[in-house]
Design a protein around this ligand. Structure first.
Ligand SMILES: [Zn+2]
Length: 385
């Protein structure tokens, strides 16, 4: 059937998807602005907008400012009430769900700890949260779900090859959850979801961004020209397994030697601290720099320097407008902020130094990124050619 779709139809569908995406990402926006943005005639834009409004995807919002005398342009936004999508963040024993509109704005949300680590336990928890959040409207009111979690998986088939968190091997997560709920489900790595959330929070011109999760493991996500960089098999971003001492480094669980994670992963960090008699815990957020002992500072300084160097390497490699670091390790960068900042600046190319923008993230934003991605996937599925 594909070949029977004419080029004109194909272009029409493509333009419809583009216009809906722009209204979602840049709205409120007028029809005139849309025409200029896409180089379409105002007649063509008007027809597409009329169709999108008839489908209930777009609505008019008040009137915009105009310097011209006469009728003021009416601004368009995506329908704030429907369709609804959901983003879900699953960690070991914890699940958070956000029901959102196409614009990614949360309509309702909840989070809860749960027991069990079988796939069935996770499916049941997600289903129950969706039931509670949708109430009488029912789960059917959700049109697309995006689940953010950790592990090794290919986002195209939604099969989790391996999850250390749940001890799963080859679980067809997306297909099983989708069959249970009757709603399309997409699986995404939580770092990619978090990066997408930060991308949507920045102006559209800033579309190169890197997110680092510094936790027990260390992983990263790259947004390149506004798109999540996946790599050819979908496994890009394994910053923790970048070898920094390949000749005589510590053996890593991946089979390599001297991986960044074996030095700076929070499990390795806590092991070093505890071996030296420190009583610091993984949750270091409330620790004051003044309360660190000399020995603790001596252990943590080279670790923080290494993470600063890794951050600088990413800046030199990708020239992003922003790097966001989140996870328990952020507390270390804060405790020894001078050390961290100096390590970054020492290794960043002089040309890039004035543009360095490293933010230490406060919260797990993955659920919001997952909800926004669910909206993107829904738009793509509506106009799939
Ligand atoms: Zn490794």
């Amino acid at each position: 059937m594909r070949d029977e779709i004419s080029n004109a139809t194909r272009t029409g569908i493509h333009n419809r998807r583009l216009i809906l995406s722009i209204i979602r990402d840049e709205g409120p926006i007028s029809r005139i602005q849309l025409s200029k943005r896409l180089g379409l005639t105002s007649a063509a834009t008007t027809v597409i907008v009329r169709d999108l409004m008839a489908e209930g995807l777009v609505v008019e919002q008040g009137t915009g400012e105009s310097k011209l005398v006469g009728r003021k342009p009416i601004h368009l936004i995506v329908n704030p009430n429907r369709p609804l999508v959901a983003g879900v963040r699953v960690r070991k024993g914890y699940c958070r769900t956000v029901v959102a509109n196409l614009a990614g704005n949360a309509v309702s949300e909840m989070s809860r700890h749960f027991t069990g680590r079988r796939p069935e336990d996770v499916y049941r928890e997600i289903e129950d949260q969706l039931h509670r959040l949708t109430g009488t409207a029912g789960i059917d009111s959700i049109k697309y779900i995006c689940v953010a979690t950790s592990g090794v998986f290919n986002i195209d088939d939604g099969i989790i090859n391996y999850s250390a968190t749940f001890d799963w091997h080859n679980v067809p997560f997306a297909a099983e959850l989708s069959a249970r709920l009757g709603i399309p489900v997409h699986l995404v790595h939580f770092t990619n979801a978090a990066a997408y959330a930060y991308l949507r929070a920045t102006p559209p011109s800033n579309n190169n961004l890197i997110f680092i999760n510094w936790s027990i493991g260390i992983s990263s996500a790259m947004i390149v020209n506004g798109q999540i960089y996946r790599g050819s098999q979908g496994y890009a971003g394994e910053l923790g397994h970048m070898s920094i001492a390949p000749l005589d480094g510590v053996p890593c669980t991946c089979g390599g030697k001297g991986c960044l994670e074996t030095y700076c992963g929070m499990e390795a960090v806590m092991a070093k601290l505890h071996a030296a008699g420190s009583s610091l815990k993984l949750d270091l957020l409330d620790t004051n720099p003044e309360s660190l002992s000399e020995e603790e500072t001596a252990i943590l300084t080279p670790i923080v320097k290494l993470m600063g160097t890794a951050t600088a390497n990413l800046i030199n490699l990708f020239n992003p407008h922003q790097i966001i670091i989140a996870g328990e390790g952020v507390a270390l960068a804060r405790l020894l902020s001078d050390t961290f900042n100096a390590a970054v600046m020492d290794q960043v190319l002089p040309t890039l130094r004035p543009h360095v923008n490293v933010q230490l993230g406060e919260q797990d934003m993955a659920v919001h990124g997952a909800a926004a991605l669910a909206g993107t996937y829904l738009i793509n599925s509506l106009y799939n050619i």
